[in-house]
Design a protein around this ligand. Structure first.
Ligand SMILES: Nc1ncnc2c1ncn2[C@@H]1O[C@H](COP(=O)(O)OP(=O)(O)OP(=O)(O)O)[C@@H](O)[C@H]1O
Length: 208
């Protein structure tokens, strides 16, 4: 069976700034890996190449055996990506945004929506326009949205930044469950995330 992620010889430069130089990374089912390195090391760039938001100059990405360039829909079907910057569409309440994700990932029904809402933990604010949310509330909503449907690979860019302690525990608990169920998890992290990396038993992968 194909691994959830196979990234081969990824390179990316911006003008003279060589950010990635032939980076290869493979994740097996049930494996967690933490991208570590100082600010500007290239963690988000690598994540972007893996999730399709950054076009690499060279190299290839396969998700579940599907090439991200030639089979983008098949590759992305088993991928969930939580970006560092949460960009929410205008005009949708938190609940409507969760409903949209549940629909896209064919995780429909009242139970599914209730599960996503509980993960976001936004209480009555779930009815409000998501663009009015605070930074931490946005991240909690976006985090819950990636819990729709079953995925083989979860990629999260500093997922706990700005999230309060109680919510961190709840979201981390969900990630630990997904890993135990066989999902692969790739996240960008800093020193303050050590508690989460320990709970996930995530192996460090240094980007420099
Ligand atoms: N669109 C862009 N145009 C030009 N340079 C860019 C662009 N995106 C990223 N870079 C540069 O690429 C380098 C790596 O940035 P990246 O965001 O991947 O780092 P990072 O390891 O995620 O940092 P942090 O820990 O601060 O989030 C930086 O020098 C950054 O300035």
């Amino acid at each position: 069976m194909s691994p959830p992620l196979r990234a081969l010889e990824l390179s990316k430069r911006y003008a003279d700034n060589v950010v990635l130089d032939g980076v290869s990374l493979e994740l097996q089912a049930g494996e967690a890996v933490a991208l570590v390195g100082p600010n500007g090391a290239g963690k988000s760039t690598l994540i972007g190449c893996i999730c399709g938001t950054v076009i690499p100059d060279a190299g290839a990405v396969e998700i579940g055996g599907h090439d991200l360039r030639s089979e983008p829909l098949q590759a992305r079907r088993s991928l969930r990506y939580l970006a560092q910057e949460i960009d929410l569409p205008a005009g949708l309440s938190g609940r409507e945004l969760l409903e949209f994700h549940a629909d896209v990932f064919e995780d429909r029904g009242a139970d599914s929506l209730a599960r996503l809402e509980a993960l976001a933990g936004l209480g009555p604010a779930i009815e409000l326009l998501a663009t009015t949310y605070s930074v931490g509330m946005r991240r909690r909503l976006a985090f819950a949205a990636i819990a729709a449907g079953d995925a083989a690979l979860y990629v999260l860019d500093e997922p706990f930044a700005g999230v309060d302690g109680e919510s961190r525990e709840r979201l981390l608990g969900w990630l630990v469950e997904r890993r135990a169920a066989g999902a692969a998890i790739l996240l960008a992290a800093h020193d303050q995330d050590r508690w989460a990396l320990d709970a996930l038993d995530a192996q460090p992968f240094r980007v420099s």
